[in-house]
Design a protein around this ligand. Structure first.
Ligand code: ATP
Ligand code: MG
Ligand code: MG
Length: 350
């Protein structure tokens, strides 16, 4: 059998490893954290991102390499790439690791984003506010997730404090989009260039963190189809292999605006575990291993709900509820807002 290497050992890596195991594949995890969630379910010998020898040994022990985290240090990717091409491509991870290069790429291939401007100091923030207008959001260009590293700029007076919150990190100012809803598409492209997409889901966020995803998304069929076509355009432009998550704002006036992309399986695609014969994790593993893409048609209506922080204490009660598919990530400390698990509830079978 062949061995898939996964850079990063969080819950996404864990669920990828479980899907790979089902297909008879072996998995190796690379993550410096000895308690990485994926380490419970796959081979994991913790080593640092700057340990080139360990990275080389890891890559040589694998037949294909993917990642579950877009912030793997570029130098670590360089070392791995001496042994194997990355799946998805290096370009996909480089483009999406930085909000500025990501939006620039999306605009280049003709997709709409929020108006944006790079911000590095008070002068560029002032210029950015003039260009983008208010209300706006100042975000760190790199490493943000779950709404961390973001601050509202609603009026010129907010500029100083907002800039201070960036702590000198390169930032981007985005116009605040007045959306009617948020949807996402989980799309996939195989090594043979075939593409597929799961049905778009409706996403509800709370304090910047995904709360629920609902399928089917209650938006017109034409909007759902548009979202899928736009995602396919990104896959082809990036010569992509694997699963890509694309978050959209649905707007009354301007149609679909891309919020951000993630070059990996995505939290808003967890519903596929209960709604499709082949879920997003298996789909990604298939692509990375060079298999044909599987059948990702939706056979049920599903609501996915994240278990954040202490909400994981509801797990026992949820385990007693009919129709609930429970997923726990094996994390020890339920810090506030931390993703500890999720549930999929099937609301209607097709
Ligand atoms: P994650 O990667 O976990 O999805 P993130 O930290 O990258 O989160 P974003 O997706 O940039 O965060 O923003 C989180 C949420 O904040 C969005 O889903 C949306 O609800 C809101 N938001 C972000 N940017 C904008 C914007 N330009 N206009 C309106 N709302 C926004
Ligand atoms: Mg993000
Ligand atoms: Mg997001």
């Amino acid at each position: 059998g062949s061995t898939i290497g996964i850079l990063g050992g969080g819950q996404l890596g864990r669920m990828l490893a479980l899907a790979a195991a089902r297909l008879g594949l072996r998995v190796r995890i690379y993550d410096p954290d000895p308690r990485a969630p994926a380490g419970d379910v796959a081979f994991h010998d913790p080593a640092r991102w700057d340990d080139a020898d360990a990275l080389r040994r890891f890559a040589r022990a694998c037949d294909a390499i993917t990642y579950e985290w877009e912030n793997v240090p570029p130098r670590a990717l360089d070392v791995v790439e001496e042994v194997h091409a990355l799946r998805p491509s290096r370009r996909a991870i480089d483009v999406s690791a930085d909000r500025l290069s990501e939006k620039t790429f999306l605009n280049e291939i003709g997709l709409a984003t929020a108006p944006f401007a790079p911000v590095g100091d008070a002068a560029s923030l002032e210029a950015g506010m003039a260009a983008v207008g208010t209300p706006a959001i100042l975000k760190t260009r790199r490493l943000g997730y779950d709404g961390k590293g973001q601050v509202a700029v609603n009026a010129p007076a907010d500029a100083g404090p907002a800039l201070a919150k960036m702590s000198g990190a390169p930032a981007i100012l985005e116009a605040r989009i007045d959306f009617s809803s948020e949807i996402s598409v989980i799309a996939a492209r195989g090594a043979d260039g075939a593409t597929a997409a799961f049905d778009p889901g409706l996403n509800v966020h709370e304090d910047g963190i995904l709360r629920t995803t609902t399928v089917p998304a209650p938006v017109p069929a034409s909007v759902r189809q548009d979202a899928v076509l736009l995602a396919a355009r990104m896959l082809d432009a990036l010569d992509y292999v694997g699963v890509l998550g694309v978050e959209f704002f649905v707007t009354p006036g301007a149609g679909l605006i891309v919020n951000e992309i993630a070059p990996r399986v995505h939290n808003s695609g967890h519903w596929t575990q209960a709604g499709c014969a082949v879920d997003q994790f298996e789909q990604h593993v298939r692509a990375v291993a060079g298999w044909p893409l599987g059948d990702g048609r939706r056979h049920a209506d599903v609501v996915m709900e994240n278990l954040l922080g202490d909400e994981v204490l509801r797990a026992e009660a949820l385990a007693n509820e009919p129709g609930v598919q429970l997923h726990l990530y094996g994390k020890a400390e339920p810090r506030p807002g931390r993703k500890m698990g999720h549930v999929n509830r099937v609301t209607n079978r097709a």
